[in-house]
Design a protein around this ligand. Structure first.
Ligand SMILES: Cc1ncc(COP(=O)(O)O)c(C=O)c1O
Length: 385
């Protein structure tokens, strides 16, 4: 895979996001090839991971659909060329305006998260003289063993319809005239690095589909959500996630009858490795116990370390990086918050004011979560193509 372009990054304004477009394209090629293990597998890109228009256009050209969680994301997906009939819309708090927008575009599916929401979509669809295609999001009570802020499939989480309320939701969805019930939707969490939780999910889905089949109810769409993790510690060794093993779990474990489609909603696995946050060292500050590398990027540009205690590999972008002695630094930003820390005790080549660092694997949930707290400018982006 491509190395970081040292001259380009050294001459750029910082902080800035750098995207390796070639790596994104290779990732998409491998993803599409791996998903072709079964013609019923359809991948929707989770727009929330990165909604930069240049990135969205590349992803839609690879033939993926879009998984959106707001009206804004639906508009961005349409503007980037995703066909409306390949757009699905999830989220626990869809507003009336957003539902009407989805109806007006005749999107592929609303992933419905509660019975009250189902009723509102029904009313709005009837008023608009149409029917809404719907998948019910089930809270499958499966522990994804990931960070508590990115676990979504447990009853204490706000997402999805509890298993004990599912029969009532299915019955209601079948009765409502503005609703066309087509599927069941699941998403157990994010940054899953062990595929065993997906096997448990397949078992749970098989139980449900066979139970409903015996009741004469078939679901032509099963949406298994996203969540495939990436290697944050070794981005160069593992630049592309193991899509082959991921899709094989579903191929081997999901019981698929006839033309039932399986939808996947991958976000992080598509875009994380192609993005790095590029930042400049402002000061090296020695305290009695620590050496701080104070950089010009902060938690406003990349919030994952502060929000999820996430660790991103950090790399010095310099021709002489292999020749320098090793130092140990706390890499911190300029924001007035103690949580504005990218790494503690990070081993790096000895750093100087003006050095450029790349905070790797930042393409997903990076730029899109940037804020202007402290009245900072948003970081912006550069590309290698
Ligand atoms: C319903 C749903 N689908 C898909 C995703 C994408 O997850 P990931 O980026 O981990 O693949 C999320 C992430 O929050 C989600 O909530």
């Amino acid at each position: 895979m491509n190395e970081l372009p040292i001259e380009l990054l050294q001459s750029s304004q910082t902080p800035v996001y750098y995207y390796d477009v070639e790596l994104l394209q290779v990732t998409l090629e491998r993803l599409v090839k791996a998903a072709s293990i079964d013609h019923r597998f359809k991948v929707h890109y989770a727009v929330k991971a990165n909604a930069r228009p240049e990135i969205l256009r590349i992803i839609q050209s690879a033939g993926l659909g879009a998984d959106c969680v707001s009206g804004g994301e639906i508009k961005a997906a349409v503007a980037a060329g995703f066909p409306a009939d390949k757009i699905v819309f999830a989220g626990v708090g869809k507003t009336d305006k957003e539902i009407k927008l989805g109806l007006s575009y005749e999107i592929e599916c609303f992933n419905v998260e509660s019975i009250p929401e189902l009723k509102v979509i029904n009313e709005l669809a009837i008023k608009a003289g149409t029917t809404a295609t719907v998948a019910l999001r089930v809270n499958p009570e499966i522990d994804a063993h990931t960070h508590k802020y990115i676990t979504t499939g447990l009853s204490e989480n706000k997402f999805g319809i509890d298993m004990c309320q599912l029969d009532a939701a299915v019955k209601l969805a079948q009765e409502l005239p503005g609703i066309k019930l087509k599927g069941l939707h699941f998403h157990i969490g994010s940054q899953l690095t062990c595929l065993d939780s997906y096997k448990l999910l397949c078992d749970r889905i098989n139980e449900l589909t066979s139970k409903y089949s015996q009741m004469g109810i078939e679901f032509p769409i099963i949406n298994v959500g996203g969540g495939l993790g990436v290697d944050y510690d070794n981005p160069d060794e593992n630049p592309v996630p193991d899509f082959t093993s991921y899709f094989k779990v579903f191929k081997d474990n999901l019981k698929l009858s006839g033309n039932r489609e399986v939808h996947f909603e991958l976000g992080r696995a598509v875009v994380a490795q192609c993005g790095s946050l590029i930042t400049r060292v402002l000061y090296i500050k020695e305290s009695t116990t620590r050496s701080f590398a104070i950089v010009d990027a902060g938690m406003t540009d990349l919030i994952r370390p502060a929000l999820y205690q996430a660790h991103h590999a950090i790399q010095l972008v310099a021709h002489d990086s292999n020749k320098r002695e090793t130092g140990v630094y706390d890499v911190v930003g300029p924001i007035c918050e103690s949580s504005d820390v990218f790494a503690v005790d990070e081993k790096l080549p000895v750093l100087h004011r003006g050095d450029i660092l790349a905070i790797r694997t930042a393409g997903a949930y990076g730029e899109i979560m940037a804020s202007q707290y402290n009245l900072r400018k948003l970081p912006g982006a550069i590309f290698n193509k």
